[in-house]
Every structure is written in structure tokens, then in C-alpha cells.
Write a protein that binds this ligand. Structure first.
Ligand SMILES: [Zn+2]
Ligand SMILES: [Zn+2]
Length: 370
């Protein structure tokens, strides 16, 4: 009898242990899966060194919620006191010594052309040791910023993904060129996994979807000799989107002609030394609606002795998500800003320099290298 009791007890104990082990493995493993995903996001954030992409993709929250969480819990600029919502930006947000109507108009114009990038894939072609190289072949998304450089219409059937599946592709179509940092979009493989959001000015534009437009990348071309610069080509048949860009061009030209002192051209004039230090950025920190930050150029490093190219170092605030944003330097040849010129200038590349300073990829002070 007692032997039977012992056998029963042993069997019961074994069953209980098996059940406990199964519960621990299943429940613990499930929780661990969510944890692993969050770890993955954290590991990708760290895999970029001092570059400033935002990485989102934890389970259990929408990207918008996660972006809001990242914004509220930012370590680099807690509270973001110097980040002005682009739709609220006014002349008085410029420090007094830089408070000139044409500078304000230029910031508004750059703002209208600033885009947010969501890159959904890391190419296997990223070299060892390069930003995000430990995430080659993976689909944890990262966010950066960029600027529309040129746009124009093309003849023939639209090559966008939507038209590719349609028996009657739309025509004409429009090619929109975007400049961003190479570490944000590395090649055409990544370009095809990149969503470009234009006119993402505030939460309202996003929720009502009346103004914000999202298009897909198609091709990316790296500028030879590095410089952390990438030409991203996007295609769309959305005429309204192109008209919004044309409207910003016209408004800028008109505002400039009115704000310019009578009989005095702002183009190619020598700015006084103090004014030449101005450095403004419009970017999408943490993947949020665009924000304006104002600071000063502190120094520049020559990038290549054969060329007239520099990395700019500035006090202008940046956050993860600012990578690839256009850096407005009053030192530039101002004629490059005038539509239909190609927008040209430095693009934000890295943060975390000594003294809280940030740094661009290399660029010429002006496109002509004069
Ligand atoms: Zn921040
Ligand atoms: Zn199309």
C-alpha cells in the first residue's frame, strides 16, 4: 500500500513540475518575445554611433504612440525647450540680431520642403562597421529627415507601385528629388522601402490627412567621395502634391521680393560677419511633426583639401530623427535657395559633440564653389 502511495505522490509531483515548467516556458517565453523586440529597437538605436536616426518598432504600440513616447522621454533635449513647431514659427523666434524678414521667409520655405523619412529595411550592402550594419537584412524601421531638392513632371506611364498594378497607369507623373544623409537611406534597395512624408507640419495635418502626403522612394544615388549625402528619387502621380510645392515656391519668391530692402539685392551680397553665423534647421525629431531649431555655426572642418568643402559644427539643437535634415547657413550663396534652383547645402549627420554641439556631412558653402 505505502509503496503505491509513494508512486502516486511521485507521479503527482512529476506532473506538477512538468505543468509548472510548461507554464514558465510558454508565459515567460511570450513575455521574452516582446522584450526581445524592444531590445532589438534599443540595439539598432545604438548601432548608429553618433548619427541621429530615431528607431521605432516595439510591439504593443502604434508608431505614432511610440514616437510621442520617445519625444516625451528624450534624454538629449528633455522638454525640447528650443524646438519650435514649424506651423507656429514666427519672425520673433529668430534671435534679435538675425531678425530679418528674408531669413524668416527662407526658414518657412525650407520648412515647406522638409520631409520625414521612414526606412523599413536595411540593405545587405551596408559595409561592416557602418551605421546599422548589424541590422542588415532586417526590417526594424528607422526615421530621419530630408528636403525636396527639385521636382518636375515626366512623360509616359507612372512607374509608382500603385500604377504598376493598374492596367491603366496614370500619366504624366512627377519625379521628386529628395536630399538626405547616406546613413539614413543607403541605396536603391532601401529607397524602395522608404516612405517620404511631405507637409507633416502638425498633429492635425496627420490626423485629418488633409495636407500631409506620403510617397515611396524609388532609387537612391550616393554622391561619390562620401560626404554622407544621398539623392533619393521618388515618384508620384499626385498633381495636388506638386501644386502644393509650386505654391511654396511662388510664395517664397513673392515674399522675398517684398521683404528685400528697396534697390538692394540679397543675392551674392556680403553678409556681415555676425549674420554669417546663423544656422537654422527644420527636422522631424523622434519622427514627430516638423520643428525649427535656431543656433549658430561654431566652426567648420575642411573635408577635402582639393575641394571647397566643409563639415559645419553648430549649436543648433538636434535629436534622434534629425539625421539628413537641411542645415540653413546664412553663409551660403543665397541664389541657390531661389526656385527653381536645386536646393543645396549641408545635411545634418551627427550629434553628441563636445559642448552639446552637432555636425553636418560635408558640403560646399555654395554650389559653385566660389
Ligand atoms: Zn529629443
Ligand atoms: Zn502612379
Amino acid at each position: 500500500m505505502s509503496r503505491r502511495v509513494i508512486v502516486v505522490v511521485v507521479v503527482v509531483v512529476v506532473v506538477v513540475v512538468v505543468v509548472v515548467v510548461v507554464v514558465v516556458v510558454v508565459v515567460g517565453g511570450g513575455g521574452g518575445g516582446g522584450g526581445m523586440m524592444a531590445d532589438n529597437v534599443l540595439r539598432k538605436k545604438r548601432d548608429q554611433g553618433h548619427h541621429e536616426c530615431e528607431v521605432l518598432g516595439c510591439q504593443g504600440a502604434s508608431e505614432a504612440e511610440e514616437s510621442g513616447f520617445a519625444w516625451r522621454n528624450c534624454n538629449k533635449n528633455p522638454g525640447h525647450p528650443n524646438f519650435i513647431p514649424a506651423s507656429d514659427f514666427s519672425l520673433t523666434d529668430l534671435p534679435e540680431k538675425f531678425r530679418q524678414p528674408w531669413i524668416f521667409e527662407l526658414v518657412k520655405y525650407v520648412s515647406a520642403r522638409t520631409v520625414r523619412l521612414r526606412v523599413g529595411y536595411i540593405s545587405t550592402a551596408r559595409p561592416d562597421g557602418y551605421c546599422f550594419s548589424n541590422f542588415r537584412g532586417q526590417r526594424v524601421p528607422h526615421f530621419g529627415s530630408g528636403i525636396v531638392s527639385t521636382f518636375g513632371f515626366e512623360i509616359g506611364p507612372c512607374p509608382c507601385a500603385e500604377c504598376g498594378e493598374s492596367p491603366s497607369p496614370r500619366q504624366p507623373w512627377y519625379k521628386i528629388m529628395v536630399h538626405t544623409a547616406l546613413h539614413v537611406v543607403y541605396n536603391s534597395e532601401e529607397a524602395r522601402a522608404t516612405q517620404v512624408s511631405l507637409f507633416y507640419d502638425d498633429e492635425e495635418t496627420c490626423s485629418t490627412n488633409s495636407k500631409m502626403k506620403t510617397i515611396w522612394g524609388a532609387k537612391a544615388v550616393e554622391i561619390p567621395d562620401g560626404g554622407d549625402f544621398c539623392f533619393l528619387t521618388c515618384v508620384t502621380h499626385d498633381r495636388q502634391l506638386v501644386e502644393q510645392l509650386q505654391l511654396a515656391d511662388r510664395q517664397f519668391k513673392l515674399a522675398l521680393s517684398m521683404s528685400r530692402p528697396a534697390g538692394h539685392s540679397i543675392l551674392r551680397r556680403r553678409l556681415n560677419t555676425e549674420l554669417r553665423k546663423l544656422c537654422v534647421m527644420v527636422s522631424h525629431p523622434h519622427g514627430q511633426p516638423k520643428k525649427v531649431t535656431v543656433g549658430e555655426e561654431r566652426s567648420r572642418e575642411k573635408a577635402d583639401s582639393r575641394r571647397h568643402q566643409f563639415h559645419y559644427i553648430y549649436s543648433t539643437d538636434t535629436c534622434p530623427g534629425s539625421s539628413g535634415a537641411f542645415v540653413i547657413l546664412a553663409d551660403s550663396d543665397l541664389s541657390v535657395y531661389l526656385p527653381p534652383s536645386m536646393m543645396w547645402g549641408a545635411l545634418h549627420s551627427t550629434g553628441g559633440l563636445e559642448g552639446g554641439l552637432n555636425k553636418s556631412g560635408w558640403s560646399s558653402p555654395d554650389i559653385y564653389g566660389t
